[in-house]
Design a protein around this ligand. Structure first.
Ligand code: GUN
Ligand code: ZN
Length: 467
């Protein structure tokens, strides 16, 4: 299905998009709650009521159960699960990675997904784990690509997903991304990342996703396989991931774990419920623990906070303030901060994807000095051509008499023309005291400007630089 994805708004690598499927159009970023066809902790109609626009299930589980298999063939997946919106089906590849072997051929499980009228079908890829040798990653990728090629030659009415593998080898990820883009897949899942997220290796996650994205380009909808914790949605969306699947809401509930957008608590260790969803309202942790419906209620809360975080990410993209949310979320855990720092080190790449006009720039932490706006300004400094007497000052009430040009100075940007002071991003808000990262960026830009304009004579009047 060509052109099934349209991008409406952008911020950093993130976007609000429209994905057209045979069972309707959804807005992305979207969270797909995982439905286990055997045990529906929350039923699909209830998921729809809670705000899920799309769900995901496992076609292999349905295929292997004779009753479900027969019924799915007869009435279709949507009637089987009682869900009217789009349904994505996974292929059993994850079972393959956990149990080592599955009893179905790649084309067989793909054809089955077409037959039961899944909206987004996934070929049987090989989820290569992190840290394996280059030889293994390469040979498994070769087999995944053979199966993808075979799938691309057997298309149905559904959207076809092309998983990107390649373990933790960035060049293989990029190559795999290019392959998926060139073969015309409709949805692009980044796979094999569950072990990274389970081990809180968010810097490696950022490496894997950004290298996959380099190969995929920016126009295709990207699914981050197995990303179900709301803590990672902002980071993943900022890299250009559009679809997430959550089994976490149910898995964590079974372990008595209460999700929040900044981490996880054990319900039995909580005294208060810091949430006002339908479950938490009027209850305390003891009420929840004592309820015979404990797991289901906890799963509902977990899903509410996850769906809420998706809406917050969307609002931030719409407003152009996703970076601010990243800085908050990535302070939930040191490993998340590692992830943000890794992304900041890719800010030249982000800069190329980022929309360039926004509402406000808040300098919130040293990571703000790596925002795409700062990288962009630094790369455009050579556009200034200055002559005569130039004043650079951070004292905006100072006497400017006798100067040909006045440049105001604000970290992390450094010098900028006085006339741009009210426009984005130079109308930024900073703390009264600047940190070293901001000062360093500003001074580097000042040096660059001076070196590029030998015909000008610079006078500096800077209060922010201690004498
Ligand atoms: N679920 C979690 N990871 C993966 C993956 O890499 N491939 C598929 N098909 N499903 C997954
Ligand atoms: Zn709640």
């Amino acid at each position: 299905m060509p052109d099934c994805f349209e991008i409406l708004h952008k911020d950093l690598g993130g976007r609000i998009g429209k994905l057209v499927t045979p069972h309707g159009t959804i807005e992305t970023p979207a969270l797909m709650p995982v439905v286990n066809p055997h045990l529906k902790l929350i039923t699909p109609p209830e998921l729809a009521d809670m705000g899920a626009s799309i769900i995901i299930t496992n076609s292999y589980i349905i295929h292997q159960d004779p009753e479900l298999n027969a019924r799915a063939r007869e009435v279709g997946l949507h009637e089987l699960l009682d869900f009217r919106g789009p349904i994505m089906t996974d292929s059993g590849a994850f079972q393959l990675s956990v149990y080592g072997d599955i009893e179905v051929l790649p084309l067989e499980i793909l054809e089955f997904q077409y037959t039961i009228r899944s909206d987004i079908c996934v070929p049987l890829d090989i989820p290569t784990p992190p840290d394996v040798s280059r030889e293994r990653a390469e040979s498994e990728l070769k087999e995944t690509e053979r199966r993808l090629e075979e799938a691309a030659g057997n298309r149905g009415e559904s959207l076809l997903a092309g998983p990107v593998q390649g373990s933790t080898h960035p060049d293989l990820r990029e190559k795999a991304g290019r392959f998926v883009r060139d073969k015309g897949f409709d949805v692009c899942p980044v796979g094999g990342v569950v072990p990274l997220m389970e081990a809180y290796r968010f810097d490696d996650l950022v490496k894997v996703v950004t290298s996959s994205k380099r190969g995929l380009g920016s126009g295709l909808p990207v699914h981050l396989f197995g990303a179900g914790h709301p803590m990672v949605f902002a980071l993943a969306a900022a890299m250009g991931c559009d679809l997430f699947d959550s089994a976490a809401y149910a898995l964590y509930a079974r372990q008595g774990r209460y999700l929040t957008s900044s981490g996880t608590w054990k319900l039995e260790e909580m005294k208060y419920l810091p949430c006002s969803c339908r479950v938490c309202q009027g209850r305390d942790p003891q009420d929840l623990l004592k309820s015979p419906d404990r797991v289901r209620l906890l799963a509902m809360h977990n899903l509410y906070v996850s769906l809420q975080e998706i809406n917050l990410v969307k609002q931030r993209i719409r407003e152009g303030s996703l970076w601010d949310l990243l800085e908050i979320r990535c302070r939930s855990h040191p490993r998340m901060l590692d992830g943000l720092r890794r992304l900041a080190s890719e800010s030249a790449w982000l800069e190329r994807l980022d929309a360039s006009s926004k509402s406000a720039f808040f300098y919130l932490s040293p990571e703000s000095a790596s925002r795409p706006e700062v990288v962009r300004y630094s790369s455009r400094l050579d556009r200034f051509s200055l002559k005569g007497e130039v004043l650079v000052t951070d004292d905006f009430s100072t006497d400017t008499e006798g100067f040909d040009q006045v440049m105001y100075f604000k970290p992390p940007f450094g010098p900028y023309p006085k006339e741009l002071g009210e426009t984005y991003p130079f109308n930024l808000e900073t703390p009264k005291e600047h940190d070293c990262s901001a000062l360093e960026k500003a001074m580097t830009n000042l040096q660059k400007l001076i070196a590029a304009n030998p015909k000008a004579r610079f006078s500096l009047k800077l209060r922010c630089i201690p004498r």
